[in-house]
Design a protein around this ligand. Sequence first.
Ligand code: SME
Length: 150
Amino acid sequence: MTFEALKPQVTSIITSSNSVDERLLAICQLLEQHIDYYNWVGFYFKNGDKNELKLGPYVGEPTDHTIIPFGKGICGQVAVSNKNFVVPDVSAQDNYIACSITVKAEIVIPIFLNDENIGQIDIDSNTPNPFSEEDERFLEFVCEQVSEIL
Ligand code: SME
């Protein structure tokens, strides 16, 4: 399914009357089901006033990394940089937290609420170098939609 076709489905989930966590999980499921190179899809959010991320809803293999300190791994770096991080080859990264040996690439896009970086969507792929600027634009759209229910 194309990103353009997925956008109204994202909006439909966001505007439903389910709980926030149910809606976030439904977005993870939608993305993982319809984009074949999205193999783990999850949300991390700033954990209260601590300088760490806490895992939220996700689909894919369970991960031990439910708490990630700011600055650690790809996710922790995005918490500090406020910028998209596209990793075509995770084995080339020094500051990387491995969740599964099958993962080849990762993309993390921050979520902003009132200009503050409050979380992120994190996607792992088992395909090498699968992400393009279209993924970034689509995931920025997803993050903007998500920020409206936080
Ligand atoms: N690989 C991430 C850790 C989270 S897992 O991908 C679920 C990182 O380096 O921050």
